[in-house]
Design a protein around this ligand. Sequence first.
Ligand code: NAP
Length: 253
Amino acid sequence: MTDRLKNKTALVTGGARGIGRAICKLFAEQGAYVIVTDIIDDEGKDLVEEIRQNNGKAEYQHLDTGDEKNVAEVITPADSIAVLVNNAGITGPDKPTHEIDAEEWDNLMRVNVKGVFLCTKYALPHMIKNKSGSIINLSSIYGLVGAPDLPAYHASKGAVRLMSKTDALLYAKQGIRVNSVHPGYIWTPLVEDLAKASEEGVDAFRENLDSKHPVGHVGKPEDIAYGALYLASDEAVFVTGSELVIDGGYTAQ
Ligand code: NAP
């Protein structure tokens, strides 16, 4: 089946690489008009070109999710966005809490929490008008359980989990569904950067991550894209306020 998102416009933040990129490609394959947005413009434009060469429909927009002016320029009242994927996120400082400075904390929250709030705020009026919409927020296993690292990231992903549930309740009667997705470790540039910065080196870092997942390995961006596809499609009309965990068993332990 290749038309699960036919006639739907989907906007994906942080869509140029990693999980967002896989979501953009899969959504386009399934018939969506995809608005790829990111702050890395060359990669975003290249992706749009690739989608078009594969007969998909897409455009690129520069969108810094933490910048309200930029969000208001890109998500305008003229749009009819059916699906919003709040995917853009950063890991922030990998330090214990007492070593994080307030500026590092604020920078992380600006992207991971305020960015989700702003894009949701500006997309909602179209969805309310259309009495339908699907908002998919990328949280994490780190929004469900703790680990002794990335304290600010944990806090931000916990916030995204509950923002999703509250918005699910606020807009349920208006036909708008809001769900969070909780990936385990997925091998993307974000995780590769953590591996490169680690003391043990990339290979040992990856082996250690693999061993934390009961299936024996970390995930691929496509593993998350298929979950997002389900939540975006009309197959999920009864699904709202849910947390879709795609983690190779990480949080089952
Ligand atoms: P990624 O490879 O770093 O891709 C994220 C994209 O978002 C990058 O292109 C990044 O640009 C962009 N971005 C950063 N700040 C932005 C901003 N202010 N506005 C718009 N775009 C911005 O990350 P990923 O691993 O695919 O992760 C995607 C989402 O899944 C994130 O929310 C992440 O927290 C979540 N997640 C990931 C994993 C994992 O293991 N990979 C696990 C659980 C949850 P730059 O390259 O310039 O930073």
